[in-house]
Write a protein that binds this ligand. Structure first.
Ligand code: GLA
Length: 373
């Protein structure tokens, strides 16, 4: 059974009727461009083959009932505009979209995207719900329509789920394309699909889930975001995208934060050039530099991520770095297919030596965005 069928059959078991349909949306890894989306920067993510599926049936009243194996059931009245916990990712999208004629729903969620692994399970859920509602409400699902859904999903996450995230995750989940990375420009909201077929060049993007929980609503992410805003003001620019140097900032911490953002945006530009030229191997040193900057200047890495990254590179990875918000979660390693086993073993052994949780691995092939499934 694929994950869409799992959601559908759970829906029938839970609610005793067929859903109107099943929709799914992918998790993501960002190849490069971390902690720059909320600074008007550039990001270069791919959508994962792993998806979150949502089976949904509209209701004539205002109730929302949400179920997912392993999570507490949620029942609420959508008119209250109040919700705690994970159901906020469903209710928040409905509130942010205000779809015409859509009053309530029964929803079952089934997911292959590991939760808390920094692979955007929450954006996968939001955007799966968003395409379900859009299709049932007759909202367009072309590029512009998807962009409007992305904006609503970001609002749901910021205003209702309480995570002050920047929009990278929702955009790749909605706009991802198989065999392509997506260059996202957060200054003018333009984007470019760039061919990215690592497998065709004998390369693997290996994802290492360190098994260390990562959460975006617990304050550290928001703290970094406010430091970036402070640095922006000190430099007297609209966003750090406009800055070329952090040198004028007196406070050493804020200077390092800004240096990360400015350097990372430059690395994304270079990475995009390499991809346009089909030179995927050349991403390696950029990934390493990105990790160092996130570790030393932005200080969002942790022992588990550093251990995985160091072990992967020592075992012959072409480059590796943490991905997502940080403070736990996952890392990616770019490596030759022939080295994948060796890298996995080295990363697992390094974690065991330090008594860290056993990491889990998956391979990231650039996949499609939110859709009916
Ligand atoms: C999380 C957020 C994104 C982005 C990344 C860091 O995934 O949801 O908006 O800021 O962290 O690049």
């Amino acid at each position: 059974m694929n994950i869409g069928e799992v959601a559908r059959s759970s829906f029938v078991a839970e609610f005793g009727s067929e859903p109107e349909g099943c929709w799914c949306a992918p998790g993501r890894v960002n190849l490069i461009g971390e902690h720059v989306d909320y600074a008007g920067g550039l990001c270069l993510p791919i959508a994962l083959p792993q998806v979150t599926a949502v089976a949904l049936r509209r209701r004539a009243d205002h109730r929302l009932r949400v179920r997912s194996a392993g999570f507490e059931a949620a029942d609420l009245d959508l008119r209250d505009r109040r919700v705690d916990g994970w159901a906020a990712y469903v209710a928040g999208v409905i509130w942010a979209l205000e779809p015409p004629g859509f009053t309530g729903a029964d929803v079952v969620v089934a997911s292959e995207v590991p939760v808390g692994a920094g692979l955007s399970s929450s954006a996968a859920l939001e955007t799966a719900v968003a395409v379900a509602i859009a299709e049932l409400s007759g909202l367009p699902l072309d590029d512009d329509g998807r962009e409007r859904l992305a904006v609503a999903c970001v609002r749901a996450e910021n205003d209702y789920a309480g995570a002050p995230t920047g929009g990278l995750d929702q955009r790749i989940a909605l706009h991802g394309r198989a065999g392509h990375a997506l260059l996202l420009d957060f200054a003018d909201h333009s984007s470019e699909h760039i061919p990215f077929d690592a497998g065709a060049q004998g390369l693997t993007v290996l994802v290492v889930d360190t098994g260390t929980g990562h959460r975006l609503a617990d304050g550290q992410y928001g703290h970094r975001r406010s430091e970036v805003e402070e640095a922006t003001q000190l430099l007297g620019v609209g966003t750090l995208r406009e800055a070329t140097s952090a040198g004028a900032i007196g406070d050493p911490t804020l200077r390092r934060r800004a240096r990360h953002v400015i350097g990372e945006i430059a690395r994304v530009r270079e990475a995009a050039e390499f991809l346009r030229a089909g030179r995927i191997r050349d991403l390696g040193p950029l990934l390493d530099a990105s990790h160092r900057s996130l570790r030393d200047d932005f200080e969002v890495s942790c022992l588990e991520l550093d251990t995985a990254v160091d072990a992967a590179v020592a075992a012959g990875g072409l480059g590796a770095r943490m991905v997502g918000g940080g403070f736990g979660g996952s890392a990616i390693v770019l490596c030759e297919d022939s080295r994948v086993d060796r890298v996995r073993q080295a990363v697992a052994a390094a974690a065991a030596r330090r008594d860290l949780p056993a990491p889990a691995f998956l391979c990231a092939t650039a996949s499609g965005g939110a859709r009916r499934c």
